[in-house]
Write a protein that binds this ligand. Structure first.
Ligand code: FES
Length: 73
């Protein structure tokens, strides 16, 4: 199974986002404002939220239905 490690729309890795979040205390909204991640297709949003919660930066792909649900938020 493929691994997800970045916001594809903005070309920013979750490792880079984690470093920014660790350094600034930024949450999802601020990360989006600063990098644009999450403001394109939004498919990276659930992974960014999980990154902020767990500190992980590589994830197995989520089922398509879950991604669609998150994309509507
Ligand atoms: S993958 Fe991050 S906005 Fe599309």
């Amino acid at each position: 199974m493929g691994m997800v490690d970045r916001c594809v729309c903005r070309g920013v890795t979750f490792e880079e986002l984690k470093e920014l979040a660790d350094r600034t205390g930024a949450g999802l909204d601020e990360l989006t404002d600063r990098t644009g991640c999450g403001s394109g297709c939004s498919m990276c949003v659930p992974y960014i939220l999980k990154m902020l919660e767990s500190g992980e930066t590589r994830f197995e792909t989520l089922p398509v239905a879950v991604r669609r649900w998150w994309a509507k938020k």
